[in-house]
Design a protein around this ligand. Structure first.
Ligand code: NAP
Length: 295
């Protein structure tokens, strides 16, 4: 077995993503010699204790990061600024500060200015998830064959970036470095907009009169069901994602609404060719995903 990458890894937030990392660290032994966990509530910390996925539990984030050579923010992105403020004076010189947040420009905006000199800040985003949240939701294979995007600000120490890349490779992920603005645009279309549509369509169905609503539930297998899985995701996490990727999300939404209008027009005027072409393109995208083993 390779030597552990880090002596002490501090995870701030221990839901789906943090607890998956903690489980992998436990299972592999070569990520970190010691895993320290912090969360907001005593209930979550107690559950982490019961699950046995941390070497040490700390109720105070400042205590959790003391002496850690890697600190990973695993809370919703809206909580990062306050967390960074609380831990900044306690980060060890030479430590790596990284995160798993779904938006990257906001993390660089909120956390970047608070990072003390001598601490390496390497923002990251593993593109893996489920609709479940909390410390029970994590599992060791979550990141296998998934991408992890790194968005280091210009001038970041290359060795620190490689350290974080190796961390994610050991978690089973494929790693790519990306410009943060580009990341936010790509994620707006592949993740944030689909979630927005899922939450919206479930709301639309729920607003229907009682009778129709019951039929929506009874006959959900016709397509609605797939939206409900996405819509079951954590409300706080998604509230924070939408509010912290506002521009890119609104841009993609505007493009989508234009295209939806075009489809509506094709339906109204009986433009069979247009409709068939769109469905055909959808099938093509699905086929490509299957070929790339990302389905
Ligand atoms: P989660 O399961 O909801 O867990 C969130 C964790 O953060 C909990 O331990 C929670 O503690 C803690 N937390 C919540 N609010 C906090 C606050 N204000 N201050 C400090 N800690 C707080 O979340 P998750 O799905 O693992 O997501 C974590 C991060 O990963 C987010 O930034 C998200 O954008 C990103 N991400 C998520 C996915 C996904 O599909 N879920 C995929 C990739 C990246 P308590 O339990 O004590 O409240």
């Amino acid at each position: 077995m390779a030597d552990p990458l880090f002596r002490r890894l501090a995870l701030l937030g221990i839901g789906l993503i943090g607890s998956s990392v903690a489980r992998i660290a436990r299972a592999r032994g070569d990520l970190a010699a010691e895993v320290v966990v912090n969360a907001r509530s005593a209930k979550t910390l107690e559950r982490v204790r019961e699950l046995g996925i941390a070497d040490r539990i700390e109720a105070d984030p400042a205590h959790a990061v003391a002496g850690a050579d890697c600190v990973m923010l695993c809370a919703p992105v809206g909580a990062f600024a306050a967390l960074a403020e609380a831990i900044a004076p306690h980060l060890a010189p030479g430590a790596i500060l990284t995160d798993v947040g779904s938006t990257k420009q906001s993390v660089i905006r909120d956390v970047g200015p608070l990072v003390p000199a001598g601490v390496h800040f390497v923002p990251a985003h593993p593109l893996a998830g489920t609709e479940y949240s909390g410390p029970d939701a994590g599992f060791v294979t979550l990141f296998e064959n998934r991408w992890c995007l790194l968005t280091p600000p210009p001038g970041t120490d290359a060795a620190a970036v490689e350290w974080v890349a190796e961390f994610w490779r050991r978690c089973g992920a494929m790693v790519q470095t990306m410009d943060p603005a580009h990341h936010d645009r790509v994620l707006a279309i592949v993740s944030h907009l689909p979630h927005l549509i899922a939450f919206t369509i479930c709301g639309t169905a729920d607003d229907l009169e009682d009778e129709s609503r019951q039929e929506v539930l009874r006959f959900a297998a016709s397509g609605f069901r797939d939206f409900t899985r996405i819509a079951a995701s954590d409300p706080v996490m998604w509230r924070d994602v939408f509010l912290n990727n506002r521009e890119a999300l609104l841009e993609m939404l505007a493009r989508f609404m234009e295209d939806a209008q075009a489809m509506a027009r094709a339906v109204r005027w009986g433009d069979a060719g247009y409709i068939e072409d769109k469905v055909q393109r959808g099938r093509g995208i699905r086929r490509s995903l299957i070929e790339l083993k990302q389905a």
